[in-house]
Design a protein around this ligand. Structure first.
Ligand SMILES: Nc1ncnc2c1ncn2[C@@H]1O[C@H](COP(=O)(O)OP(=O)(O)OP(=O)(O)O)[C@@H](O)[C@H]1O
Length: 425
């Protein structure tokens, strides 16, 4: 049992590659904690620093209340499982699982009983006499997990243990691993780039980007109430719609989100209004998850500023639902290009040009007259709005659609990518 604290930890590799920047993180005793982020964001480096396999450049690592920066890996009582769980090829599953207990000099009969019990929990009890090369990838990974857990480490570290397995097996094993480590009560740090794995397994999780922590919280907190636009986009499938807007507080009307050819309006009595007004006259990013949009029939009554309209350009069948892509003529935002480590010569995010500043000075809203960009992202035009059609009438390609926006669930980010309204943790 152990808790882990990283206090302002940095990692700079020889050669100057900065992999981890000022990470502050507490992983509680018994927690299943997931480090999530795209390739190269520093997940494995953090794990390896906790294991003692990588030196910490600066900052402090605490294990169970004691500074552990200089502690050798063997004195940390950690067990680690990698993408390809390394097993001794000439030892059977049982021999592999027994090995850590043999090293500790445990009683053989007791050790055997323990191995058999854990192998049963891992679903590999019928194959404990087989050699690793005769096992499937999933079975080998189970054996590697068994070998790591058998000596009851105080900390269990897993680095993408399922990434080499096929999708079906990944789903099956992630449920089993989560159940197993929870029942053992071992503090576990689990690295993945797969948002579904993170959300389904974690007690709490951290989202990393370029070595920097973007967000930390329970999966639900991070999904419902993300701290940054990067986090919102990383944890969204189907992808969240990110629209460029300018926010104007207009007396008698509310907070107008000027989306160019269209607009949304948030009433003054919305609890978020007091934080949002600080962005009057500024560029903001409006995050609308596809399930926050509901197609409404033509001519249906809708409150002003609650509807976006467009033309259906593509439809995709996903089994349990259809996804539709509607061209709305609104400039969209790529989350990867917002926030993060500032590159040299980048303009300040809130520079919005002369017309914008004039509007801000006049306190006026106006429909933006700049044309929407013509760029393409993947096979969809960049101004497409993605929405779900779970039931009811499915529109056809080319149809005009009106989409009612659930404004309470709209997420608003500043031009720097941070949430405009305070996040709850
Ligand atoms: N030994 C090393 N020497 C120099 N740079 C390194 C070394 N190991 C990792 N890096 C760099 O540090 C950064 C973080 O790497 P790390 O492996 O921690 O990322 P990751 O999030 O685990 O990526 P992945 O999911 O692809 O494994 C990357 O830019 C990587 O190129």
């Amino acid at each position: 049992m152990t808790d882990v604290v990283l206090d302002g930890v940095d990692k700079v590799y020889p050669g100057g590659q900065v992999a981890v920047r000022n990470v502050r993180l507490r992983i509680n005793d018994g927690e299943l904690f997931v480090l999530l982020g795209p390739s190269g964001c520093g997940k494995s480096t953090i794990l390896r620093m906790i294991a003692g396999l990588e030196e910490i450049t600066s900052g402090v690592l605490w294990l169970n209340g004691a500074v552990a920066n200089e502690l050798s890996p063997r004195d940390r009582n950690v067990a680690m499982v990698f993408q390809e769980g390394a097993l001794y090829p000439h030892r059977t599953v049982k021999g592999n699982m027994m090995f850590p207990l043999e090293v500790l000099g445990d009683d053989r009969a007791e050790a055997t009983a323990k191995v058999v019990e854990l192998a049963r929990a891992l679903g590999i009890n019928t194959m404990i006499d087989r050699l690793p090369r005769t096992l499937s990838g999933g079975q080998r990974q189970r054996a590697a997990i068994g070998r790591a857990l058998i000596r009851e480490p105080s900390l269990f570290l897993m680095d993408e243990p399922l990434s080499s397995l096929d999708a079906g097996l990944r789903t099956e094993l992630r449920v089993e691993i989560a159940a197993l480590v929870r029942s053992s009560g071992t503090t576990t740090v689990y690295v993945t780039h797969d948002q579904v794995e993170a959300m389904t397994m974690a007690d709490r999780m951290a989202v990393l980007r370029d070595g920097v922590l973007e967000d930390v919280g329970t999966p639900e907190q991070i999904y419902q109430d993300p701290a940054t636009v990067f986090t919102a986009a990383f944890l969204s499938s189907p992808p969240i719609n990110l629209l460029q807007a300018t926010l104007w507080g207009v007396e008698g009307e509310g907070l107008l989100l000027d989306l160019g050819p269209q607009r949304l309006s948030i009433p003054w009595d919305d609890p978020r209004a007091s934080s949002m007004i600080s962005h009057h006259g500024k560029h903001v990013i409006v995050g609308i998850r596809p399930d926050t949009l509901a197609p409404i029939a033509a001519g249906s009554p809708a409150a002003p500023g609650t509807v976006l309209s467009g033309q259906v350009r593509a439809l995709e069948f996903h089994g349990h639902e259809w996804l539709a892509y509607a061209e709305v003529g609104i400039p969209t935002v790529d989350a990867n290009e917002v926030g993060g480590i500032k590159k040299p010569d980048e303009p300040e995010p809130e520079q919005i040009g002369l017309v914008g500043r004039l509007r801000a000075l006049l306190g006026r809203s106006a429909v933006v007259d700049e044309p929407a960009p013509e760029g393409h992202a993947g096979h969809h035009r960049r101004s497409d709005l993605v929405f779900r059609i779970a039931s009811g009438n499915r529109p056809n390609r080319g149809d005009h659609v009106a989409l009612c926006v659930d404004l309470e669930r709209v997420l608003l980010f500043g031009a720097d990518g941070r949430r405009v309204t305070p996040v709850q943790r």
